[in-house]
Design a protein around this ligand. Sequence first.
Ligand code: FO1
Length: 331
Amino acid sequence: MRITALAGGVGGARFLRGLRRHLAQHPTPGSSDEPVSLTVIGNTGDDITLFGLRVCPDIDTLLYTLGGGVHEEQGWGRADETHSLSDELAALGAEPQWFTLGDKDFATHVYRSQLLAQGVPLSQVVARLSERWGLGQQGVTLLPMTDTPVETHVVIDDGGDQRAIHFQEWWVRHRAAVPAKRFVVAGLDRATAGPGVLEAIREADVVLLPPSNPVVSIGIILGVPGVRDALRGTRAPVVGVSPLIDGRPVRGHADVCLQAIGVAATSEAVAGLYADFLDAWLVSPDDPMQSRPGLHVEHRPLLMGSLDAAADLAGAALARATRLGPGRTTA
Ligand code: FO1
């Protein structure tokens, strides 16, 4: 069975770690005897160049989480980190100082930037980093959504003038507290889907949308030319997990991002963003949303406070997909 997932950072990574745990306990989902492979298409819109180095936060969060090296409390960065390099950069007065990079994490960015400078495409860099983190041994292939450099920028009001700042500056430095007018993804219009991305969607048996940010994570992946069409065209059931409980994200600022694009912070409205390809949608137990023709709504606890809880949630999404089977209920 070929499972393909679209993922942002922390929420996506925790859900997929749960999926892997579920699969370790239930190796043959549905009636299939085939080995399970998982292809993860990661968001690269969060990427940023800092101190001359290319940093890919969502890709690295997926690598570190699935590879067992993530800082658990933060959800990003490395466990058991030290900060000698950033301390010295701060002593030099180097900017920015609002983005924390640990020493081990720095090594990832140095290695990636060295390869990119040699002309190695990002997808191959991610393949090498995936080897370092043992993803292949777990049956996991991580693909960046595109090899084309893209960057999400946020248009804000600056004393009456509009100005675009990098997504990370808005998210990390300003904690999404500066009202966003809109999101602009530099480079996305001329980007091409990364190697294997469209095939992974078209040839999947199951497509999963973890509870990642629908605007600045999944929304950015959907903007890569060809991705949305591939989702509309695949025979695989597409099952998503709402990122909202009572209109609030468990972590992050999905509600603020939705407000910026004029979409209500409800599971129903988020499902509407995926209406042209979504077959089933998991929402929290007290969510008022109900099934309708073409969309199965299932009520499930969405909190992933432990690996077991994440495994239960991912298992429920996979079970729903295997019950739906191939062939689409939506156009
Ligand atoms: N998030 C923060 O809130 N503060 C940080 O200083 C920070 C540093 C950082 C460094 C490397 C990395 O891979 C991720 C990092 N993140 C940090 C998380 C990340 O930038 C955001 O949560 C995502 O981009 C949103 O998906």
